[in-house]
Ligand binder design. Structure first.
Ligand code: PRP
Length: 178
């Protein structure tokens, strides 16, 4: 079985889960720059990929399963079965900065999620796609607010921002190809 795991914040929690299930994950813990490695007795092959690419690899069938955040699923969509909420990596997509009802400019990596969120509120906003460190956009004056992931809240705090409203809870999901 080949499982695509999201590199980064979900990676170690997924490896922890596989170890709890009894698989020897030494290879994954000492991976260096390797992107594909066997775990257990070799019955599982772990592929480390960027979140959106996990969906692509599962959709195409080159990976049997994937572990990816609900935030990516909501943003990217796709054709696959979402079979389990793994319960970890719980985060909230959050909009912040002061609420005003005209000419709001919103910065986000999650432009589709942001668009749907404000459409449901019947609010007309301008959305600017930012690839990372989205907190910079309001700090630099490019945007009034952002829609982004909050996990520990440290990034918000250290950049002088606050949560204005929760958009939705998100956590890691197990997906399989159709
Ligand atoms: C995410 C998110 C926030 C931060 C939140 O960025 O965009 O910036 O994590 O985490 P915290 O609440 O624990 O501080 P990520 O680290 O994935 O990197 P990126 O900004 O390059 O997307």
């Amino acid at each position: 079985i080949r499982i695509a795991l999201t590199k980064g914040r979900l990676e170690s929690k997924t490896i922890d889960m596989l170890e709890r299930l009894g698989y020897d994950c030494t290879n994954a813990r000492k991976k260096g720059r390797k992107l594909i490695m066997p775990i257990g007795n070799g019955e599982i092959e772990v592929v480390l990929a960027k979140a959106a690419d996990v969906v692509t690899y599962v959709e195409s069938g080159v990976c049997d399963m994937g572990v990816v955040g609900k935030d990516t699923i909501m943003e990217k969509g796709g054709t696959f079965y979402e079979v389990a909420d793994l319960g970890f990596g719980s985060m909230a997509l959050t909009k912040r900065s002061l609420y005003c009802f005209h000419n709001l400019t919103i910065a986000s990596k999650y432009v589709n999620v942001a668009k749907n969120f404000f459409e449901q509120k019947s609010m007309d906003v301008d959305i600017v796609k930012i690839e990372g460190s989205v907190e910079l956009a309001p700090v630099l004056g490019l945007a009034d607010a952002i829609v982004d992931i909050v996990e520990t809240g440290t990034t918000l705090k250290e950049n002088g921002l606050v949560v204005a409203e929760d958009v939705c809870p998100v956590s890691a999901r197990l997906i399989v190809n159709i």
